[in-house]
Design a protein around this ligand. Structure first.
Ligand SMILES: *Cc1c(COP(=O)(O)O)cnc(C)c1O
Length: 377
């Protein structure tokens, strides 16, 4: 696999081989929790116990590490468990800089699980490095960033934040779920950790939860290996198999979804029934120039505001026929969600905002559905 860097080829082949026992093309699902020792006490297969390591997880981790250009990938039972693992690198008394606007579950984790354990937290509003540097403390050890962000598709300058973190002896973790390795590779931009909810585009079919953390640094890898094995929030062999299987089509799916999203965003931007559109591919988006440099594709999430408030937004969602009203994103089917409802009373998300996860339907059909829903408003 060293001979090619083409992501399509890697997505099919990385970490996969014909099964040596049966010559099966599709890898077997190895359910065993334990593996036989040799007479001398060694582990001839290289595996001892499923939580520590197992064939399916190893294959998936090799594949994801290759796609992200990392040294090691660590897979978890959900994206949230991958976030937990990353934040567990912090010790009591250390300081975390995290964005005020990002996946609400990450913010809830920081507040509910980590702050009570003595992790100091500052939430930053800005995306410019200078403003973030002003919030630096001597004990700042980790900067969290999500780009593009949920749900406003904010774009952070990953390379600039990585330089800043390095200069101050801190690490940069990037939640790159909305981008996938197709659109951006945070480690290439200088980040120390790339984090994914593989529930989204990697899985891609709304039928498996998972998460991954990818690193290059050997010391970080060792710390994460401990957190993964001791914490035990590992994915099941079947979950690993499903995600590995789905990665083979990730490049094709993601590109087609991004193309559809571009069509939908341009349609919405031209509609008089829409107040505002958030999509980094639109020249009007404040992060457009940066996204054009930093990302190969603009992603397949489009948020927009309708005139009015929560009632009007919910009514618009209710009129959509092709878009299913559901949380989550990244699957083959298009979804619509009123984010403020799921984020609860403390939300900063505009009440009149709807977030679309664009799937693999024909773009004309998606645009027609949005047109009818907006026209009857
Ligand atoms: C969904 C999501 C998560 C959490 O992942 P789960 O698999 O739902 O636990 C984290 N970050 C982002 C950006 C997400 O979209």
């Amino acid at each position: 696999m060293d001979k090619t860097n083409h992501v399509e080829t890697l997505a099919v082949h990385a970490g996969r081989a014909v099964d040596p026992t049966t010559r099966a093309i599709s890898p077997p699902i190895e359910l065993s929790t334990t593996f036989e020792r040799g007479a001398d006490g060694s582990f001839p297969s290289g595996f001892s116990y499923a939580r520590t390591d197992n064939p399916g997880r190893r294959s998936l981790e090799e594949c994801i590490a290759t796609l992200e250009g990392g040294g090691r990938a660590f897979c978890f039972a959900s994206g949230s468990a991958a976030v937990t693992a990353t934040l567990t690198l912090l010790r009591p008394g250390e300081h975390l800089l995290a964005p005020a606007e990002c996946y609400h579950g990450t913010l809830s984790q920081i507040r509910t699980l980590f702050a009570p354990h003595g992790i100091e937290v500052t939430l930053y509003e800005a995306r410019g490095a200078a403003e973030i540097e002003a919030l630096w403390r001597p004990n700042t050890r980790l900067v969290w960033v999500e780009s593009p962000s949920n749900p406003l598709l904010g774009i952070a300058d990953i390379a600039e934040l990585a330089r800043l973190a390095r200069a101050h002896g801190a690490r940069l973790a990037v939640d790159s779920t909305f981008a996938t390795p197709l659109a951006q590779r945070p480690l290439d931009l200088g980040a120390d950790l790339a984090v994914h909810s593989t529930t989204k585009y990697f899985g891609g079919h709304s039928d498996v939860t998972g998460g991954a953390v990818i690193v290059r640094d050997a010391e970080l890898a060792q710390a994460l290996a401990q957190i993964q094995v001791l914490g035990g929030a590992v994915p099941s062999p079947f979950d690993c198999w499903l995600i590995r299987r789905s990665i083979a089509t990730l490049p094709c799916r993601f590109r087609a979804q991004c193309e559809n999203a571009g069509r939908v965003a341009r349609y919405l931007a031209g509609s008089v029934a829409v107040e505002r559109v958030f999509y980094p591919g639109l020249p009007s988006h404040p992060g457009h120039a940066l996204a054009s440099r930093q990302m190969k594709y603009f992603g397949a999430i489009v948020s927009f505001c309708v005139p009015g408030g929560a009632r009007e937004a919910l009514a618009t969602a209710a009129r959509l026929e092709l878009f299913t009203r559901a949380t989550s994103l990244g699957g083959v089917e298009s979804l619509v969600e009123h984010r403020a409802s799921i984020e609860g009373p403390a939300t900063r998300t505009p009440q009149n905002l709807l977030r679309l996860s664009i799937g693999l339907e024909h773009a004309d059909d998606l645009v027609a559905d949005l047109a009818q829903a907006l026209a009857s408003g």
